[in-house]
Design a binder for this molecule. Structure first.
Ligand code: F6P
Length: 363
């Protein structure tokens, strides 16, 4: 039998299990294929003993409605950055890509499907350049990958963030407060802008536009002049003032435990206070709630389409390709197309024009 290995890497995302299920279902029609999963991205293959599991149609039955990934994920390690602890307690990384390819050969694995975001698809491309038979499937709640109209997980994250805005609007109105919601998005403000439009926020701050606190105060004061005594602000975690950096805090030691703190919303609250805001302010950091739980119907469908198409590309041996959504089609693009350019919000787009047209201040 031919063996296919699936890995899911990077931050998890609603729809990962729907991709896995679709690949396994589609592969089960070709009786000479066996599907395996590498536990915790490619680290399962690199571990001793290896940690890979067989993925049968029975095992994946019904998992498309579950959040997370049944084969686990991580953003640490991988074939090119395997962490090793030095005797003095510090960490370093080594390149184990040749070892990785040898292990695939030893396991008779003839195809890899790597489901992941920007970082994971860079690994796919590097492996492809070393001769590895790999197909990429794009994944991220951030929607910041180029070459595809949308990634699965994004619409579910927008639903979750919109639900949060809806709830914060009613409590802001009752208490006559400013409520700030911090959502994910380090470099691109897709979740922030979509949920601000859907939920009806007055201010939306995104990484693509450095904000000026005076403009935000002006928007709030104008709103007060129009007779309103509350406001809702959505801010992406990577948004920053014109004269400041991202507040994102993380340890960058390769093997170290990571602690990440939301900070953009708290900083904004302080800046509003310093700028003379007299309305009470509260901050909510939505955090990993945006990544958990069941995918919505759109994401289940997109993820299933990606899974089926990825297996077709395996049969066609289109190594080095990534599946992509180009409405209304699912197509194959070179992985390089997804990683050579970052998918920022185009400030001249209709989406931004809609936000401005609704009177949402973008700072
Ligand atoms: O890329 C997905 C994402 O959820 C980002 O929006 C967020 O900044 C980051 O991952 C959080 O990563 P971690 O899982 O390491 O906390």
């Amino acid at each position: 039998k031919k063996r296919l290995l699936i890995a899911t890497g990077g931050g998890d995302c609603p729809g990962l299990n729907a991709v896995i299920r679709a690949i396994v279902k589609r592969a089960s029609f070709e009786h000479n294929w066996e599907v395996l999963g590498s536990i915790d991205a490619f680290n399962g293959i690199l571990k001793d003993p290896m940690h890979i599991i067989e993925l049968t149609p029975e095992k994946v039955a019904g998992i498309h409605i579950q959040g997370g990934t049944i084969i686990g994920t991580t953003n640490k390690g991988g074939p090119f950055n395997w962490p090793i602890k030095n005797p003095d307690g510090t960490w370093t990384t080594v390149d184990r890509s040749q070892d990785f390819l040898d292990r695939l050969r030893y396991q008779n694995i003839e195809a890899l499907i790597n489901v992941g975001g920007d970082g994971s698809q860079r690994i796919s491309q590097q492996l492809f350049e070393l001769g590895c038979p790999v197909i990429g499937v794009p994944k991220t709640i951030d929607n910041d990958l180029s070459a595809t109209d949308f990634t699965f997980g994004f619409q579910t994250a927008v639903d979750i963030a919109t639900d949060a805005v809806d709830k914060l609007v009613t409590t802001a109105a009752s208490h006559h407060r400013i409520l700030i919601l911090e959502v994910m998005g380090r470099f691109a403000g897709w979740i922030a802008l979509h949920s601000a439009i859907a939920g009806g926020a007055e201010v939306c701050l995104i990484p693509e536009i450095s904000y000026n606190i005076k403009n935000i105060m002006q928007a709030i004061n104008e709103r007060i002049d129009r007779g309103h005594d509350f406001a809702n602000i959505v801010i992406a975690e990577g948004a920053r003032p014109v004269d400041g950096d991202m507040t994102f805090v993380e340890s960058d030691e390769p093997g170290a435990m990571k602690i990440k703190l939301g900070g953009a919303g708290l900083r904004l609250a302080q800046e509003l206070k310093n700028a003379g805001c007299t309305i009470d302010i509260r901050v909510t950091i939505l955090g990993h709630l945006q990544r958990g739980g069941t995918p919505n119907a759109f994401d289940r469908i997109l993820a299933s389409q990606f899974g089926v198409k990825a297996f077709e590309l395996v049969l066609q041996e289109k190594w080095g390709s990534m599946v992509a959504y180009r409405h209304p089609n699912i197509v194959a693009v070179p992985i390089t197309e997804a990683i050579e350019k970052y998918n920022y919000i185009d400030l001249n787009s209709d989406l931004v024009a809609t936000a401005r047209g609704l009177g949402i201040s973008l700072g």
